[in-house]
Design a binder for this molecule. Structure first.
Ligand SMILES: Cc1cc2nc3c(=O)[nH]c(=O)nc-3n(C[C@H](O)[C@H](O)[C@H](O)COP(=O)(O)OP(=O)(O)OC[C@H]3O[C@@H](n4cnc5c(N)ncnc54)[C@H](O)[C@@H]3O)c2cc1C
Length: 400
C-alpha cells in the first residue's frame, strides 16, 4: 500500500484525533491521514486513565497548561454534550489533614482564583456536607471537576475526522522516516506513506518518533506506571465525588486519591512507579526500554535526588494495606479488603538530561513536522485546545 497525504498525524490517542480534527477545520483543503500502530484508537494513555475532567486549579497562572486546560475543558464539555456521551459533573474536594498542608491549600486557592476557577473553602464540617465519610481540618471544593470516558470521546473525534474527509489507518506503526525538502517518506507496518507534513502525537513513543524525523527533542520519555484499585460496590458510598489530598508541588501526580467514574466505579490511585517498559502494563520488562533508561543521565540524576520518594511509591505499589492506610488519612473507614485491583496505565513524562521532569506541555518543530513533546495529565482534559495549538503551528509551517 502506498498512501499519499498532505498531513500525517502519528497517533490516534485523544491528542492525535483532536489535532487531526483541528487541522481539517483550520487548514481546509488538506488531506489528513492518521496512522496508529494499534488496531484502534485510544489504546494507550487515553484509554487507561482516571477519566477526570480537570478544572485547572493547580497550574501556574500563565503557563501553557493553565491556558490550554481552561480552553480545552470548555470545548470538551461541549463535545461530550453534542455527542450525548456520559458526563458526571460531580465536582471534587482537596482535603488538608495536617496543618502543614494549609499553606499549599491556600496556594491552590490562589492559583484557582488567578485562573478564574471557582473554589469554595470548607471547614471539616463543610467537607462532611459534600463527602459524608471524609475527614480533614480544611478542604477546597472545586465544583467544575467532572468525569468522562476519554476512549468514548476519542471515538467521537474519530467520527468527526472521518465526516470531514480524514482517514484513520490502524496497525500502521511508523518505523522509519526519510526527510526530503518536498516532504517525508514513511516506512510503516502497513506500507509506505508519502506526506508533505507530519504531526507527531505518539505519546509514550513521541521522543522516538521525533528522532526518526531528524528532530532532537532534548528530552527522553520516561514511563511512570500507575496502578489502580477500586472500591468494592459495598464500600463505594465512601466516596460520592472525588477526594484528593493536597498535592506536593514537586510531584503533582503523586498522592493517592479516590475518583468516581461515569460508570459509578470508585477508583483509588493511581500511584506512580518507574516502568521498565513504555507499554509494560502488567509490570514486565522491555529490554530496549530498560537499557535506555539505565543509560539515561537525566534518570540517574532524578533517582539520586528522589530515591526515597521512588522507594515509597514502589512499596505502595506492592501493598494494598499501605494504599488503604494512606486513604484513611482522608476517609477513615476505608479498609484494605474494600480495595480490589483495577488495571493500570502508563504516563509519558518527558525528562531533561539535567534530571528535571518537564512540567508544562511542550511542542517542537523540525523540517516539515510539529512534535507534541510533552503531553502528560491533564492533556486529555486539554486535548481539544492542544489540537488547535498544534494546528496553528502547522499552519505557520504550511504558509511559510
Ligand atoms: C494513569 C493515568 C491517569 C491519567 N489521568 C488523567 C485524567 O484523569 N485526566 C486527564 O486529563 N489526563 C489524565 N491522564 C493523562 C492523559 O491520559 C494523557 O495526557 C493523554 O491521554 C495523552 O494523549 P495522547 O494522544 O498524547 O497519547 P496516547 O493516548 O498515548 O496516544 C498515543 C498514540 O500513538 C500511537 N503510537 C505510538 N507510537 C507510534 C508509532 N511509531 N506509529 C504509529 N502510532 C504510534 C499509540 O498507539 C497511541 O495510540 C492520565 C494518564 C495516565 C497514564
Amino acid at each position: 500500500m502506498t498512501v499519499d497525504a498532505d498531513v500525517v498525524v502519528v497517533g490516534a490517542g485523544i491528542v492525535g484525533m483532536a489535532t487531526a480534527r483541528a487541522v481539517l477545520d483550520e487548514l481546509p483543503g488538506l488531506d489528513v491521514v492518521v496512522l496508529d500502530k494499534e488496531s484502534g484508537p485510544a489504546q494507550h494513555q487515553t484509554g487507561r486513565n482516571s477519566g477526570v475532567v480537570h478544572s485547572g486549579c493547580y497550574y501556574r497562572p500563565g503557563s501553557e497548561k493553565a491556558e490550554l486546560v481552561r480552553e480545552g475543558r470548555a470545548a470538551l464539555v461541549d463535545l461530550v454534550r453534542e455527542h450525548g456521551l456520559p458526563l458526571a459533573e460531580s465536582g471534587k474536594v482537596v482535603v488538608a489533614t495536617r496543618t502543614s498542608e494549609l499553606g499549599p491549600l491556600a496556594e491552590i486557592e490562589r492559583r484557582a482564583r488567578a485562573g478564574g476557577v471557582e473554589t469554595h473553602r470548607l471547614s471539616g464540617t463543610g467537607l462532611r456536607a459534600v463527602e459524608p465519610h471524609a475527614r480533614g481540618i480544611a478542604a477546597l471544593h472545586v465544583p467544575s471537576a467532572a468525569a468522562v470516558d476519554y476512549a468514548a470521546v476519542t471515538r467521537a473525534l474519530v467520527e468527526e475526522v472521518l465526516a470531514r474527509g480524514g482517514v484513520l489507518v490502524p496497525r500502521a506503526e511508523v518505523l522509519r522516516v526519510a526527510v526530503a525538502p518536498a516532504g517525508l517518506g514513511l516506512a510503516t507496518t502497513a506500507g509506505a506513506v508519502r506526506t508533505r507534513w507530519l504531526v507527531n502525537c505518539a505519546g509514550l513513543q513521541s521522543d522516538r518518533v521525533a528522532r526518526r524525523c531528524g528532530a532532537e527533542p532534548g528530552v527522553r520519555i520516561v514511563p511512570f506506571r500507575g496502578d489502580y484499585l477500586s472500591l468494592r460496590p459495598a464500600a463505594a458510598e465512601l466516596c460520592r465525588t472525588m477526594i484528593y489530598p493536597v498535592p506536593d508541588p514537586r510531584w503533582p501526580f503523586l498522592g493517592v486519591h479516590l475518583t468516581r467514574g461515569v460508570d459509578g466505579l470508585v477508583h483509588a490511585g493511581p500511584n506512580a512507579v518507574l516502568a521498565l517498559g513504555r507499554e509494560a502494563y502488567a509490570g514486565g520488562l522491555d529490554v530496549q526500554d530498560t537499557v535506555e533508561l539505565a543509560r539515561d543521565p537525566g534518570l540517574r540524576r532524578l533517582a539520586a535526588r528522589y530515591w526515597t520518594t521512588g522507594a515509597a511509591e514502589l512499596l505502595r505499589s506492592r501493598s494494598v494495606a499501605l494504599v488503604a492506610r494512606e486513604l484513611r488519612r482522608m476517609v477513615p473507614e476505608v479498609r484494605a479488603h474494600d480495595l480490589v485491583p483495577a488495571g493500570s496505565g502508563i504516563r509519558a513524562q518527558a525528562l531533561r538530561p539535567d534530571g528535571t521532569l518537564v512540567d508544562d506541555f511542550e511542542f517542537a518543530e523540525s523540517p516539515r513536522a510539529v512534535h507534541v513533546v510533552n503531553a502528560p495529565s491533564p492533556a486529555a482534559t486539554a486535548a481539544l485546545a492542544i489540537g488547535r495549538t498544534v494546528a496553528r503551528r502547522l499552519g505557520a509551517l504550511v504558509h511559510r
